[in-house]
Design a protein around this ligand. Structure first.
Ligand code: DQA
Length: 147
């Protein structure tokens, strides 16, 4: 079984970017954490990061053929992207949305997720540990549904 780990804009700068908000662990650390978590259940990870909305749409579409589910941090596109929402709606594979920071305790424009209504669930505000929680939740969902 395989999960896609898809990270959106500016997350390539994780660890160096606003460390008070996002911590000092890098995207590489996140990928390792998700690979380790998935490995416990013999799931494999394909990790992808892009600053470009269309590339993220391509990867969501690809999951329909190549993955059993997606762990997605859409970053700022969470709050703006109808294209990402339509891509999630277009596929049958489950998507879990994850945010490192507690978006609800931040600016009002971060309080709305355009994507959440078409995702299976959301993990918000647990720092990068949230990626582990999202991975466990997604594996549990896939296994319990016998997908
Ligand atoms: C984020 C929250 C978004 O509002 C922000 O644009 C990001 C990161 C998070 O992981 O906390 O880039 O998705």
């Amino acid at each position: 079984k395989r999960l896609f780990l898809v990270n959106g804009p500016n997350l390539n700068m994780l660890g160096r970017r606003e460390p008070d908000t996002y911590g000092n662990k890098s995207l590489e650390d996140v990928v390792k954490l998700v690979e380790e978590t998935a490995g416990e259940s013999e799931f494999e990870i394909t990790a992808f990061q892009s600053n470009h909305e269309g590339d993220l749409v391509d990867w969501i579409q690809r999951a329909e053929e190549e993955a059993d589910g997606i762990i997605l941090n859409p970053a700022a596109y969470t709050h703006t992207s109808i294209a990402l929402r339509d891509a999630i709606s277009a596929i049958s594979k489950p998507v879990v949305e994850i945010h490192i920071s507690n978006v609800h305790a931040r600016e009002a424009f971060r309080h709305t997720s355009i994507l959440a209504p078409v995702c299976s669930g959301q993990v918000v505000g647990f720092g990068i540990d949230g990626y582990r929680l999202a991975t466990l939740g997604m594996i549990q969902k896939i296994e319990s549904e016998g997908r």
